[in-house]
Design a protein around this ligand. Structure first.
Ligand code: HEC
Ligand code: HEC
Length: 447
């Protein structure tokens, strides 16, 4: 016990001295292998949450953000909430290849989309795979370091959780549906205004926003308290909730904190392969296992695609318009990756085994338009991993799993009711389809 404490302290507090004392000349052969892995690969855990200056955590604000996150009042047709695609039962993702938003019925893999109740037009699936909200507080900016203005989305088109929270409301396939007439831009603008107005008409939300934003409340016209609800307070409330969804208790985290037995031998082998022969750690680096940079990895395309190339997804170029960014996607975090299949921006791989095979084969099968010279050279060479090494890589990635075991259960639970009075998560369509909806299981911490 004392020895473990010593190692933990050495790593966390005086790692500089500790490393100097143990590296080159320390050849008495007694240092445990695990200790070597920690210093050799400079393993670290997540630090303090980076908060924006105008959005420090307050209990009332986090609780309000949680209610908004589950309230289908944000959906144009009131049939989809943020939690529809970022649900705690699925590690705040949805276990689907492509998110199923407006017009949908059901949850997770069972959800089906249909037609708008307004126009009777079909509403398709999302063009991309839904990422987890866990640990998005630590998404990095251009420096790669965690930032309250970190990159959001596979193409990094938005910085920061507050700004991000306004986007799903305006997207037709995500939350807007066909509730608003006009061109795409007109409907998108109308959607955000309309949702803010809906919230302003619900007295419980007005009261809760007032309590959550006392500084802003002091400036609001007392004859119009509902004006406390605007784009800024809305975004900050949701951001405040999401930012607390941090998981620090994976076997990997416990190992880095000093528990030698938190990883088994296979996982330790996997860790070593990850940072050496397989070169994964060149991009999946730091405590988030991401450098928050953008790379064309050559993932084959499935799904409806985006705008730049019809039927395809040009990745970062969709945002920057720069052909040099074609097919580049943001390195995703690998925290909780075990819980969020399928994988890649288009969910093309169903298992971690498939992902490892893809990298081992020099990123094949390849997107036909991504040539070797567009890619980082470390990706193009087959890795030559043995069957054991591949298995070890998968086992190591599973050691990054923590479905929030150390979090307040409040942050992981679905509210019984939301201020709109709609069915949380499901909204209006829950009533028609209640017979086919999956029963809601209580959140389970064991896997
Ligand atoms: C229909 C499914 C769906 C709904 C509803 C939805 N999202 Fe998402 N979310 C996605 C998909 C898909 C992406 C990735 C899109 C992309 O990268 O272009 C995403 C990305 C995100 C990200 C970025 C995470 C990262 O690491 O890049 C955040 C944060 C997020 N959503 C929060 C929300 C919030 C808040 C709401 C409600 C206001 C919401 N989502 C509603 C499917 C959904
Ligand atoms: C050159 C940088 C780079 C290297 C090296 C790299 N990755 Fe990735 N990784 C990425 C990018 C970028 C994506 C997203 C690609 C996409 O979706 O089109 C990704 C996606 C993934 C995903 C999917 C995660 C999810 O949530 O969908 C997994 C798992 C993964 N990588 C594991 C690995 C492993 C294991 C290795 C080593 C064998 C590795 N990566 C090497 C950049 C890299």
């Amino acid at each position: 016990m004392f020895r473990k404490w010593l190692i933990a302290t050495g790593i966390l507090v005086v790692s500089g001295i500790f490393v100097a004392g143990c590296s080159d000349d320390d050849d008495d052969g007694t240092a445990p292998v695990s200790e070597d892995l920690r210093t050799r690969f400079e393993l670290t855990t997540l630090g303090p949450i980076p908060y924006p200056p105008d959005n420090h955590p307050r209990q009332e604000r986090i609780a309000l953000g949680r209610l908004l996150f589950y309230d289908p009042i944000l959906g144009g047709e009131m049939d989809v909430a943020c939690a529809t695609c970022h649900h705690p039962d699925f590690a705040f993702a949805d276990r689907r290849q492509f998110g199923a938003g407006a017009s949908g019925v059901g949850l997770g893999p069972d959800r089906l989309v249909s037609r708008s109740v307004y126009t009777n037009e079909e509403i398709s699936l999302e063009p991309r795979n839904s990422p987890t909200i866990f640990n998005t507080a630590f998404n990095g900016d251009e420096s790669g370091e965690p930032s309250h203005m970190g990159f959001q989305f596979w193409d990094g088109r938005v910085m920061g959780l507050e700004e991000q929270a306004t986007k799903p409301i305006t997207s037709r396939v995500e939350m807007r549906g066909d509730a608003y007439p006009g061109t795409e831009t007109e409907a998108a603008d109308a959607a955000l205004d309309s949702v803010l107005n809906r919230l302003r008409e619900i007295p419980e939300y007005v009261t809760r926003f007032m309590e959550a934003f006392p500084d802003d409340a002091a400036l609001v016209d007392e004859n119009h308290p509902e004006l406390i609800i605007d784009k800024s307070t809305y975004g900050r409330a949701i951001g405040a909730f999401e930012r607390e969804l941090v998981t620090r208790n994976s076997p990997f985290d416990r190992y880095v904190r000093g528990d030698d037995d938190a990883l088994d031998d296979m996982q330790k082998l996997g860790l070593e392969v990850f940072f050496t022969k397989a070169k994964c750690g060149q991009c999946h680096t730091g405590p988030m296992f991401s450098d928050f940079n953008f790379f064309p990895v050559g993932v084959p395309q499935e799904g409806v695609g985006k705008e730049v190339i019809p039927g395809d997804d040009a990745g970062r170029e969709e945002f920057t318009g720069d052909p040099a960014d074609r097919f580049a996607f943001r390195t995703p975090t690998l925290r909780n990756v075990e819980l969020t299949p399928p994988y890649m921006h288009d969910g093309v791989f169903e298992s971690l085994e498939e992902v490892v095979e893809f990298y081992d084969d020099g990123c094949r099968p390849r997107h036909p338009s991504v040539t070797d010279d567009m890619m980082d050279s470390i990706l193009v060479q087959p890795l030559g991993l043995t069957a054991e090494e591949k298995q070890a890589l998968v086992e190591f990635m599973k050691a990054l799993t923590d479905p929030g075991t150390a979090l307040d259960p409040f942050l992981l639970s679905v509210p019984d009711r939301v201020p709109s009075g709609l069915a949380p998560v499901f909204g209006v369509r829950a009533l028609d389809a209640s017979s086919t909806l999956p029963a809601h299981e209580p959140y389970e911490l064991s896997l």
